[in-house]
Design a binder for this molecule. Sequence first.
Ligand code: ZN
Length: 171
Amino acid sequence: MVVMASDIYNIFGQMTVLVIRFFYCYMHIQTWDHGEIMLPAQLESLKKFHGHLGPYVVVGLRMGKFAVEKRGVGGKKLKCVVKTGTKPPISCIIDGIQFSSSCTLGKGNISVEDKGLAEALFFKDDKKIKIGLKDDIKSRIDREMSKENEEELSLWVYEMSAEKLFNISIE
Ligand SMILES: [Zn+2]
């Protein structure tokens, strides 16, 4: 029996298809069949803290993280003013900020203004940073958010670059 190069090519091709199919099924079992998305550890912790995981609490996490990590305003003297008001879902931003920065209600260095805006101001010494959610991102969240897809939208917000997510001004 003569083994042709084309036979080897075919066998290799079929095995590749099988491997791809196996991983495709495996990924589905990991996500859809259990009705849950695999979340990064930080989002699992945030979900425990906040009681559920939605896009606005993740927006808050990203705001706090950005101020502390990228702009180096973390630590004791940091203060924050959040402009969301206290009506969910937009007010979920407050919990995300408390989770990711040192600004907490218990320490008294966070306050809330009732403006209904997805915006926060961070102050430290003479530095002031204004971080606002971009209009197109906010529109999509408000349009698409539901109980069924809130974790999917949360991941979308979590993985987006700060430039796409926020309008940032530093004074
Ligand atoms: Zn929430």
